[in-house]
Design a protein. Structure first.
Length: 324
C-alpha cells in the first residue's frame, strides 16, 4: 500500500471513530383517548398500569387524552367529537353511555369498552364473539349476576320477601339490569318494589317511598347517578335497619352490607390489553368482547351486626373480603 493510500485509510478510520453514534430511532407516539361519564382516578390508574405492563410509557411512546363529562351524560357526544378531531389512534370508553357516544362519533377510530352493560342488547356490538364494526372490549355484564346477588342476599337475610330496587331509569343499560334483576326475583318468588329515578333530585323521594313500603332489603343498581348518592343511601339504610346489596365495592366499605360484582379496576386493566392488540394491527371486529373474569364478594360484618343479622359461615367463606 502506498503512503498516500495509507494516509487516506488512517484519515477515514479517524473520521469513523470520531463520529458520534447514530441516535436510536424514536418510537412512534400513539395517542389514546379516554372518554368517561365521570373520571375515577383509581380506574384510570389501573388502565395506565395495564399499559405500562405492556411496554407503553407516557411521554415516550404514548400520549393520553382524557375527557371527563363530570357526571353529565349530555356532554359525552361533544367530548367524543373532540377526541375524533384529535385523530387519536384508539378511544377507550367507560361506561355504557360513553361507549355509545363514541360509537355515534366515529365509525373509523377503534373503540374499546372498559366495562359496558350487555353490549349486544344495548346495540353496541353485533355479538360477543364477532363484535363487528369498530368496537370491542370488556363488558361488566354477566347473565347470572342478578340471580346470584339475590341468592347471596337471601343467605344474609333468611326472611327476605320484599326487595326495593333503586336504579337510574333514564339509562337504558341500567334499566336492562333492573329487568334482569326483576326476572331473577320473580323466579325466586320475591316481590320487587321498583324505584327508578331519572335525575338526582328524585333520589330522596325514592328513599322516602321505601319507608312506606317497608321492604326487607334494598338492591342498588350502580351508575354515576346512584353512585353520587352512595353516602345518602348507606345512611338511609342504616337509619331504617335495611340490608343492602350493591354492585361495586365502595358503598359497602362505607357501610353497606354486601357487594357482588366485577372488579372495575380489572376491566380497565383488560382494556389496556385490547388497546395493545389494536395498536399492533388487530381489528376490533375480530376481537371477541369479554365478560367479567373475576367477580368480587365483599361483606361488611360490622354492618350485619348493627342490623342484627347473624351471617352464616357458608356465606362468609365465599367472601373475597370481609370488613369487620
Amino acid at each position: 500500500m502506498s503512503l498516500s493510500a495509507v494516509g487516506v485509510f488512517i484519515t477515514l478510520t479517524f473520521v469513523i471513530l470520531a463520529a458520534p453514534p447514530a441516535a436510536p430511532a424514536q418510537q412512534p407516539v400513539k395517542r389514546i383517548g379516554y372518554l368517561a361519564q365521570i373520571t375515577r382516578a383509581p380506574l384510570v390508574e389501573a388502565f395506565r398500569q395495564g399499559l405500562r405492563e405492556l411496554g407503553y410509557r407516557e411521554g415516550q411512546n404514548l400520549a393520553m387524552e382524557l375527557r371527563d363529562a363530570e357526571g353529565q351524560p349530555a356532554r359525552l357526544p361533544a367530548l367524543a367529537a373532540e377526541l375524533v378531531q384529535l385523530h387519536v389512534d384508539v378511544i377507550v370508553a367507560f361506561p355504557t353511555n360513553a361507549a355509545r357516544a363514541a360509537k355515534h362519533a366515529t365509525t373509523r377510530i377503534p373503540i374499546v369498552m372498559a366495562g359496558a352493560d350487555d353490549p349486544v342488547r344495548t346495540g353496541l356490538v353485533a355479538s360477543l364473539a364477532r363484535p363487528g364494526g369498530n368496537m370491542t372490549g370488556a363488558s361488566n355484564f354477566g347473565p347470572d349476576l342478578s340471580g346470584k346477588r339475590l341468592e347471596l342476599l337471601k343467605e344474609a337475610v333468611p326472611t327476605l320477601s320484599r326487595i326495593a330496587v333503586l336504579w337510574n331509569a333514564a339509562d337504558s343499560g341500567m334499566t336492562l339490569r333492573f329487568e334482569q334483576m326483576q326476572v331473577a326475583a320473580l323466579a325466586l318468588g320475591k316481590t320487587v318494589y321498583p324505584q327508578g329515578v331519572h335525575e338526582a333530585t328524585q333520589v330522596d323521594s325514592a328513599l322516602a317511598a321505601m319507608t312506606q313500603e317497608r321492604p326487607d332489603a334494598l338492591f342498588v343498581i350502580t351508575d354515576v347517578l346512584t353512585a353520587r348518592h352512595n353516602g345518602r343511601i348507606v345512611d338511609f339504610a342504616a337509619k331504617n335497619q335495611l340490608p343492602t346489596i350493591f354492585e361495586y365495592r365502595e358503598p359497602v366499605v362505607a357501610g353497606g352490607l354486601i357487594v357482588y360484582g366485577p372488579s372495575q379496576a380489572d376491566l380497565h386493566r383488560r382494556a389496556a390489553y385490547y388497546v395493545d392488540r389494536i395498536l399492533k394491527g388487530a381489528k376490533p371486529a375480530d376481537l371477541p368482547v369479554e365478560q367479567p373474569m373475576r367477580i368480587e364478594l365483599v361483606i361488611n360484618v360490622k354492618t350485619a351486626k348493627e342490623l342484627g343479622l347473624t351471617l352464616p359461615s357458608t356465606l362468609l367463606f365465599q367472601a373475597d373480603e370481609v370488613i369487620r
